[in-house]
Write a protein of this length. Structure first.
Length: 222
């Protein structure tokens, strides 16, 4: 079975998964894009949000085919390694995107505002079988974690305790996932209002993205 057929079969299983009763099911028909199948990198975020892939079927893109705000920011830096999340860009390879959770946990009140509910241990464990299978199919060389929630949730699954500020100092380390060995890179989420005080040597988020993708480019060019 080829990669596209494997992913289509996998997405159907994800759509019909009912392991976690307290999440908002991922009923979106995720599209299998041919130019993601040769991707040497996988982007891992937290979960499909209210917009983007939940509506359009394609990560980082709105229903009308334009990029989300986070997608535009990400795309500018992906260009450093000749990748793009823009559906209209046929010149560059499209990175494969997945999430620690395939469904959305919904909103909960925190203080004066709202935020996504933090997933339960069992939800992370149940969902890990899906992204592990995606990695097995794509066979990337690099995994890029986008945002503190994705970093913390992934770490929980593999028995680690990671925080964004600390992980920013460990770019390019080897990460073992079952029988897979990947180079791991860590970034603030493209849509986050990143607080520079969270790192010992404060830098703007765009500079962090630039530096990390330059490192990724050097690694993939070897």
């Amino acid at each position: 079975m080829d990669k596209a057929a494997e992913l289509k079969k996998l997405y159907q299983k994800i759509i019909h998964c009912d392991c976690c009763p307290k999440v908002i099911p991922s009923k979106v028909r995720r599209q299998v894009l041919e130019n993601t199948l040769s991707s040497e990198i996988v982007l891992m975020a937290q979960a499909p949000a209210e917009t983007g892939v939940r509506i359009s079927g394609v990560h980082w893109n709105k229903e009308n085919g334009t990029l989300t705000a986070g997608g535009s920011f990400l795309d500018k830096h992906l260009a450093l390694i000749k990748y793009s999340v823009n559906l209209k860009n046929n010149e560059y390879v499209r990175p494969y995107t997945t999430n620690v959770l395939q469904c959305w946990t919904g909103r909960e009140r925190k203080g004066k505002g709202e935020r996504d509910r933090y997933p339960k241990d069992k939800e992370l464990t149940f969902c890990s079988c899906w992204w592990k299978k995606e990695l097995e199919i794509i066979c990337p060389k690099v995994i890029v974690f986008l945002g503190a929630p994705a970093i913390e949730c992934f770490a929980q699954v593999i028995g680690k305790e990671w925080k964004l500020a600390e992980r920013l100092k460990h770019q390019g380390e080897i990460i073992i996932i079952d029988d897979m060995e990947l180079k791991g890179f860590f970034l603030p989420h493209p849509t986050s209002s990143y607080k520079e005080k969270d790192v010992p040597n404060p830098r703007k988020k765009s500079q962090i993205y630039h530096d990390v993708f330059i490192q990724i480019n050097k690694y993939l060019s070897y």
